[in-house]
Design a binder for this molecule. Structure first.
Ligand code: DAT
Ligand code: MG
Length: 139
């Protein structure tokens, strides 16, 4: 059975472009409750660990460089069917392929700088949430 939490980051491109407020409005407007949130910046080590599954991919260096290039907003979100519904809300990895009205269609710059992260499974949602938040930061 699907759990009811997912993990997201508003990535450095969207923060730099002034989209934090609009993205949070899309998220809460779609029925997600914010149960943890922080404004922070990833170190090289953080980003390398977070994206370790991609470390053999040709874009890994660029990905780490981009994800550490400025502050991000990290959050844990709660809703029924959170992981799947949030992936639908953000749209495809490549904004050119993302459906109209999705967060990536509206706010992403490119496939590499694509505005938001969303966990791809319940297991990863739990791992990613725990990577960024301690128990007493989750409400
Ligand atoms: P998603 O973020 O949609 O889960 P992913 O897990 O396949 O996508 O990749 C993680 C991030 O890596 C993605 O958000 C942006 C970057 N990325 C993926 N594919 C890429 C590519 N072909 N070129 C550049 N960056 C890419
Ligand atoms: Mg992914």
């Amino acid at each position: 059975m699907a759990t009811n939490r997912t993990f997201t980051m508003i990535k450095p491109d969207a923060v730099k472009n002034g989209h934090i407020g609009a993205i949070l409005e899309k998220i809460t407007g779609a029925g997600f409750k914010i149960v943890a949130m922080k404004y922070t910046q990833l170190s090289n080590r953080d980003a390398g660990e977070f994206y370790a599954v991609h470390n053999e991919r040709p874009f890994f260096g660029e990905l780490v460089e981009f994800m550490t290039s400025g502050p991000i907003v990290a959050a844990i979100l709660e809703k029924d069917n959170a992981v799947e519904d949030f992936r639908t809300l953000i749209g495809a990895t490549n904004p050119d392929e993302a459906a109209e009205g999705t967060i990536r269609k509206l706010f992403a710059t490119s496939i590499g700088e694509n505005a938001v992260h969303g966990s791809d499974s319940d297991e990863n949602a739990a791992i990613e949430g725990a990577f960024h938040f301690s128990g007493r930061e989750i409400f």
